[in-house]
Design a protein around this ligand. Structure first.
Ligand SMILES: Cc1cc2nc3c(=O)[nH]c(=O)nc-3n(C[C@H](O)[C@H](O)[C@H](O)COP(=O)(O)O)c2cc1C
Length: 180
């Protein structure tokens, strides 16, 4: 248990990777981490594009603003996951939103992302979620069909840096007892 919590605590966003390719065994485990994710009514609205082609990675980088610290990683990481989602399925019944909060796709993809990133860390790998990019341009480049969105790019590889530990909120500042 402590070991699991330590994996969660020690994971950092990694934006520089060794050039070593990701082993097939590790890649398969990262994919399994997405596969076993929980989701609204088991909707599993995710689609995962595993980008290894240097030309496609280069093009994907062009969708990321230069000011984004994750920009170089999108071109240089040995693998970039493009996490896509099928809109209007999670949180929907018979094509109608079932809940006040509408589409739960982002929620479900967030869980899948965290499973992937924590598993990567447990395997000695590093990842960073890149959410600031031109989503429509990436969608075109990756030939994503209508009805699906590219939600995030997740470069992954073996770390070539130690991630900085950003400050987290104090527990007392967000935990409420019984009522808000
Ligand atoms: C939804 C989401 C979008 C993010 N987008 C970016 C991004 O576009 N570029 C980047 O460098 N990091 C991005 N990050 C990484 C965060 O900056 C990082 O997780 C945060 O600073 C905490 O650091 P840690 O991951 O090392 O704990 C994103 C993270 C999340 C969860």
């Amino acid at each position: 248990m402590t070991q699991f919590l330590n994996i969660l605590k020690d994971r950092r966003s990694i934006r520089k990777y060794k050039t070593d390719p990701v082993s097939e065994e590790h890649l398969n485990q990262l994919i399994e981490a997405v596969q076993c994710s929980q989701s609204w009514a088991n909707t599993q609205c995710w689609e995962l594009i595993v980008v290894k082609d240097p030309e496609i990675k280069k093009k994907l980088r062009q969708t990321v603003p230069e000011q984004n610290p994750g920009s170089p990683a999108v071109e240089k990481a040995p693998i970039v996951f493009a996490l896509c989602g099928k809109a209007k399925t999670s949180g929907y019944i018979n094509g109608e939103p079932h809940l006040k909060s509408g589409d739960w796709m982002m929620y479900d993809l967030g869980i899948a992302t965290q499973n992937l990133c924590n598993t990567a860390h447990a395997l000695g790998m590093g990842t960073v979620v890149v959410g600031w990019f031109d989503h429509d341009m990436a969608k075109k480049q990756l030939k994503v069909p209508p009805g699906y969105e590219v939600i995030s790019l997740i470069p992954a590889g073996y770390p070539d840096q130690k991630g900085k530990s950003p400050q987290r909120r104090e527990i007392e500042s967000f935990v409420h007892e019984d009522i808000f």
